[in-house]
Design a protein around this ligand. Structure first.
Ligand code: 5GP
Length: 188
């Protein structure tokens, strides 16, 4: 499997097209621009899934801003479930004390990862801390998360594309789609 056309064939349904993503992210950028007027926010993105969203969102925010990147991984083997035990693989590279921090996430599912991250970042004493997620799957939420900006609320389906992976693949698809069940079946 070497071509993205073959990866696309593994997708049963396109949930969000490239155009839908572009339009909504422009709206989010405009909203953030208005809300943070006169400020200089720091966007903290959580690798690797948020990479395309971060790249597009930051370019639709018309303010001076900084970015920083964190990488976290959940303990536990399952590839489609979150365990809630989070390990920091890459920490912030600069202090966020007294900064207006906006967390840029790909998807909130159980909320366990972000719950951990919120506590961790609050401890670094930012002036403000808000959350912007591209996708929200509220059906499986285990902890309450105060989400400030949501791109799309989606049903309880495992999605790939536009940064989101299955077995580290599919991140480079330009849309968000639902994988064919056979793809899981053949690798589990
Ligand atoms: P949570 O801790 O909220 O359950 O899960 C957050 C992380 O689980 C996300 O950042 C993402 O890495 C992964 N995740 C949750 N739902 C999905 C999904 O539908 N597709 C993919 N590819 N990853 C998901």
């Amino acid at each position: 499997m070497t071509r993205t056309t073959e990866l696309t064939a593994d997708v049963a349904e396109i949930l969000l097209s490239e155009e839908q993503l572009r339009t909504r992210i422009a709206e989010l950028g405009a909203q953030v621009t208005a809300d943070y007027a006169g400020r200089q926010p720091t966007l903290v993105s959580v690798l690797k899934g948020s990479l395309p969203f971060m790249a597009d969102l930051m370019r639709s925010i018309e303010l001076p801003l900084r970015i920083d990147l964190m990488e976290v991984s959940s303990y536990g083997g399952a590839t489609t479930e979150s365990s809630g035990l989070v390990r920091i693989l890459k920490d912030l590279s600069a202090s966020i004390e007294d900064e207006d921090v906006l967390i840029v996430e790909d998807i909130i599912d159980t909320g366990l990862t972000l719950n951990y991250l919120l506590r961790y970042l609050r401890g670094k004493k930012p002036r403000s801390l808000r959350i912007c997620t591209l996708l929200d799957k509220p059906a499986r939420r285990l902890v309450e998360i105060p989400v400030d900006y949501t791109g799309f609320t989606i049903p309880d389906q495992f999605v790939v594309g536009y940064g989101l992976d299955y077995g580290e693949l599919y991140r480079n698809l330009r849309f968000v789609g639902v994988l064919r069940p056979e793809v899981y079946a053949s690798s589990e």
